[in-house]
Design a protein around this ligand. Structure first.
Ligand code: ADP
Length: 338
């Protein structure tokens, strides 16, 4: 299934890198977070200490990794990048931590996928820079304690609820939730990206791409790139509104920015399960997609649009969702439309 969702794919990596803001002033939106981070950075600089540990959470593609890199640039320090699933064994973490230089930032993406054993090693490392590990097995096993250089951990997750509370409480610098962007901010991001990529885009094509970009910078950048390709093949290389529209149609993006997976999810809830409530596992089986993809990618956007509600008994489609799919809502939902 071709999803246009903002989850990072191979083709995104180089695009992400090329378009990643290099200074805070280029990072559009998320003002409250930026203001908090600036204070955190300034305080650390004055105390001549590493920044405190920070946790970012929110849907994929909203700029968590970018913020981690910006913090590193701002304090002029190295950033080492890893991810929850990459740290499989205690030894992996020990080797990463002992190789840090004083002041380094360790960025852990997908922190919710750290295993519990690793988390337990991380607590003392974050709290008092001590690495407690056991070497060897059986009667000859020895516990050793190593002192680590001063360092900061910046972690990112799309699933904060899966992080254990002891781990969450170790982020002394703060836990920041990234929200979906405003349409105007996405427009600014598209214009900035077009300049960097050297793409010519007509003014009225920008809002069209923006309103279908799931309020997400990564998706906006991807659509811009696809629209450029389309304009090169079918036009004169300039993205007009018409060409942008056709490029989006080719990707099966509708006027609300839903892709085929989003629509399948809604269709399942509405047409197969009478609007819900229906459980995530059932939806996933029905649309033949992984639960994680639905929970991390489709649902946040469908909920942001007010198309889907999460209730204790399962997911329910709202009157707006019925309207969007052109299906007559049941009476109770119809009343909500008035
Ligand atoms: P996440 O880590 O949350 O998945 P990233 O930080 O990798 O997201 O962001 C994806 C891409 O979106 C970045 O490479 C960057 O080009 C763009 N981006 C994200 N946030 C912003 C922003 N606030 N301003 C401009 N571009 C952004």
């Amino acid at each position: 299934m071709s999803s246009t969702a903002p989850k990072k794919r191979e083709e995104d990596k180089s695009l992400d890198l090329a378009l990643r803001p290099n200074v805070f002033s280029e990072y559009i939106g998320q003002e409250t977070i930026k203001n908090n981070l600036k204070i955190l950075i300034e305080a650390a600089k004055r105390r001549k200490e590493p920044v405190e540990h920070v946790l970012f959470y929110g849907p994929a593609g909203l700029g968590k990794t970018t913020l981690a890199h910006l913090i590193a640039k701002e304090i002029n320090t190295q950033i080492r990048v890893t991810s929850g699933p990459a740290i499989e064994k205690v030894g992996d973490l020990a080797s990463i931590l002992t190789n840090l230089s004083p002041g380094d930032i360790l960025f852990i993406d997908e922190a919710h996928r750290l295993n519990k054993l690793i988390e337990e090693i991380l607590y003392p490392a974050m709290e008092n820079r001590s690495l407690d590990i056991i070497i060897g097995k059986g009667p000859s096993a020895r516990a050793i304690q190593l002192e680590l250089p001063p360092f900061s951990i910046i972690a990112a997750t799309t699933r904060i609820a899966l992080l254990s509370s002891p781990l969450r409480s170790r982020f002394s610098g703060g836990t920041f939730r990234l929200d979906f962007y405003k349409k105007e901010d996405i427009e600014k991001i598209i214009s900035r990206s077009a300049k960097i990529l050297g793409v010519l885009i007509e003014k009225d094509a920008v809002p069209l791409i923006a309103e279908r970009s799931r309020f997400t910078p990564r998706t906006a950048n991807r659509f811009l790139k696809r629209a450029r390709d389309y304009a090169e093949v079918h036009g004169k290389g300039i993205i007009t509104k018409d060409l942008a529209q056709k490029a989006l149609e080719l990707m099966e993006i509708d006027d609300k920015g839903l892709d085929s997976l989003d629509r399948k999810v809604l269709d399942t809830v509405i047409n197969k399960f009478n609007g819900g409530p229906v459980g995530l596992t059932t939806i996933a089986a029905s649309v033949r997609e992984e639960e994680d993809t639905i929970e991390e990618i489709s649902e946040p956007y469908l909920m942001q649009l007010g198309f889907l509600e999460r209730t204790p008994r399962g997911r329910c489609a709202t009157a707006r969702a019925y309207e969007h799919l052109g299906v007559k809502p049941p009476k109770t939902e119809q009343q909500k439309l008035i």
